[in-house]
Design a protein around this ligand. Structure first.
Ligand code: AGP
Length: 619
């Protein structure tokens, strides 16, 4: 998720771009850059890694940014770390075409190889840079009358994946063009000026007249307004609307809190974690691998280390890793890991899960693991952070920045990434055939749609939450992969509503915790699919009966069609049918919403809960 702004009008483009990027920094902030087309027809760019302030400093030291056509980008790195060379804009060999991009171009590697074979010099590690060189080729191969918009249309037909692209060209000083597919782009229509942006927060200080752009469309923006076509060049219409949000609401996409926005972003975040991970022959493709396939084949034991929500993702991963690879897999709280003298050696793979990539407990755990010669694979959401740098390989979840302290979309990304690692391990070890890996990835790729379907029917959970706002405690029960989900649901309630909550394996209830059950106590039960291990389903239905018989208020999360739970459920929350190991990707969602809504009903700030920090960089 990156921040994008394009501008053509009467104001200095560099000022409009920087102001827009300040509004968009919440979308990504590991590097930034701008491009301006000067009246004399020259294209000027500046880029800097780090916060936007680094770019502003460089621009303040250079003058002559008089051009009134340009664009800006603030990056959340996916392909290639946050460096000056990887910052956007990217230019072609001639330095006359500049491109900024939000999204993931899945076939960039093949396109890059084709461009380099044709003699193009590419200078970055990004997927974006190929677009600048493809546009260069489209322009040079065409008639002089071909416009930059024509060239972009041609190039979009070759791109696979999700993208918002904004392009400036020194030969088109009065035009900025853009394209979008499965990535945000909105137009701002001012008086003699036009804006293109990731969201309205970038331009509502200038105009509240906006235009919604559809899928697979090209925008040609001038001072007079925009011309829209589809990728085939057929004219289309945008949907005009008036923006009545203030800037703060705009940054939150109209939601009152970032957490609510991030819960709603989960279908996209999950799709982005999975995007481009399947090679042409159906295998799994990881990110920066500094481990060979042989290294992975040599693994004879897996440890997963993490904290908090990331630890719960690791607990879910354990079931998948052991089921698919037949390797023993232990999951450890990072803060305990190194103090128990774990048995590690060169054949141990340690998987470190961390959204921030800066959690000191987890960082110290992997340092210890590497001292013991173990190999370390990081699963992280923050490109360029410390934990990936200290690891032997990394898989980025690409969920975009998560501003809310309580992890939501990054948890789904972590679970999906863990499942991909489990499949990758099974693939390189030959325990699963390519078609079996492909079948599992295909099921994974159905999940963003099922997450969206679950969120679309989540309103009853909000109503239930308001009824539970005064509860003194809530218990969460689950079996198999539902047990880590129970733990995650309890953690969400603790950290957001400051309510006592505990998660248990449902089978553990009779060994003590059942003494906690009293009339009216809310007990949330995550029910495994009756189509999975049916014995587990029967046992958990008995557990629901046991607590219901003692007066508990049973809140049951069960898949569509599961009628066995109905006689014992005070409330049933339905989720779509999924394969057993993928169920947490939907059963977690009601628990996120339940905790969030109870906290809101209690008048609490769900973005910044008391005593907590987004990244815990102390031990
Ligand atoms: C979860 O909602 C919390 N934000 C916290 O438990 C978090 O998951 C934990 O601190 C680990 O953070 P990390 O993923 O950045 O390492």
């Amino acid at each position: 998720m990156c921040g994008i702004i394009g501008y053509v009008g009467g104001k200095p483009a560099v000022e409009v771009a920087l102001e827009g990027l300040r509004r968009l920094e919440y979308r990504g902030y590991d590097s930034a850059g701008i491009a301006v087309v000067d009246p004399d027809g020259s294209l000027r760019t500046r880029r800097r890694a780090g916060k936007l302030a680094n770019l502003e400093k460089v621009l303040a030291e250079t003058d002559g940014w008089a051009g009134t056509t340009g664009m800006g980008h603030t990056r959340w790195a996916t392909h290639g770390g946050p460096t000056d060379a990887n910052a956007h804009p990217h230019v072609d060999c001639t330095g006359t075409v500049a491109v900024i991009h939000n999204g993931i171009i899945e076939n960039f590697a093949a396109l890059r190889a084709e461009l380099e074979r044709a003699g193009h010099q590419l200078a970055s590690e990004t997927d974006t840079e190929v677009v600048a060189h493809l546009i260069e080729d489209a322009l040079s191969a065409a008639e002089p009358t071909v416009t930059i918009a024509d060239a972009l249309r041609v190039v979009c037909g070759r791109l696979e994946g999700a993208f918002t692209l904004v392009v400036t060209h020194s030969g088109s000083p009065d035009t900025v063009v853009a394209a979008r597919r499965n990535s945000p782009l909105v137009v701002g229509l001012g008086d003699g000026e036009t804006f293109l942006a990731s969201d309205v927060s970038a331009f509502i200080a200038h105009t509240r007249a906006a235009l919604e752009i559809g899928q697979n469309q090209i925008v040609e923006a001038t001072r007079a307004g925009v011309t829209l076509t589809d990728f085939a060049g057929t004219p289309v219409e945008g949907r005009p609307f008036h923006v009545d949000w203030d800037v703060s609401a705009a940054e939150k996409g109209g939601f009152p809190y970032f957490m609510l926005k991030e819960i709603s972003e989960q279908p996209t975040a999950l799709a982005d974690t999975l995007r481009g991970r399947l090679s042409d022959d159906g295998g799994i493709v990881l990110d920066e691998e500094r481990l060979s396939e042989q290294d992975f084949r040599d693994v004879d034991k897996v440890f997963i280390v993490a904290c908090g929500t990331a630890y719960h993702a690791g607990l879910i991963a354990k079931y998948a890793v052991e089921h698919w690879t037949r390797l023993p897999c232990e999951v450890e709280m990072a803060s305990e890991f190194r103090y128990r003298d774990p048995v590690l050696d060169r054949s141990t793979l340690v998987i470190a899960i961390s959204q921030s990539g800066e959690t000191l407990d987890t960082l110290m755990a992997i340092k210890h693991a590497r001292e013991q010669k173990a190999r370390v694979l990081a699963i992280c959401n923050t490109n360029g952070s410390t934990i990936p740098r200290e690891s032997d390989a990394v898989l980025y979840t690409r969920c975009g920045p998560e501003v809310g302290v309580a992890a939501t979309k990054t948890f789904l990304g972590q679970v999906a990434a863990c499942l991909l690692v489990g499949l990758f391990l099974a693939q390189v070890r030959g325990v699963l055939y390519g078609d079996e890996v492909g079948a599992n990835v295909a099921m994974l790729q159905q999940m963003p749609g099922l997450v969206e379907q679950t969120l679309a029917t989540i309103e009853p959970v909000r109503a239930l939450a308001r009824e539970l706002a005064d509860a003194k405690a809530v218990l969460f029960l689950g079996r198999h992969v539902g047990y880590p989900v129970a733990l995650e649901g309890a953690l969400k309630l603790k950290e957001l509503a400051y309510m006592h909550a505990e998660g248990f394996p449902a089978g553990e209830l009779k060994h003590g915790p059942i003494a906690l059950i009293e009339p009216g106590l809310p007990v949330v039960v995550i029910v495994p699919s009756p189509r999975g291990r049916s014995v587990l389903h029967g046992k958990i239905v008995s557990n629901i009966q046991e607590v219901r018989a003692r007066g508990a208020r049973t809140i049951v999360i069960a898949e569509e069609g599961d009628t066995d739970v109905e006689p014992y459920a005070s409330h049933i929350i339905r989720v779509p049918r999924t394969p057993t190991l993928l169920a947490p990707l939907v059963t977690t969602l009601p628990l996120q919403v339940l905790a969030c809504e109870i906290a809101l009903a209690r008048g609490l700030d769900v973005d910044q809960p008391r005593n907590l920090a987004k990244s815990v960089t102390v031990e």
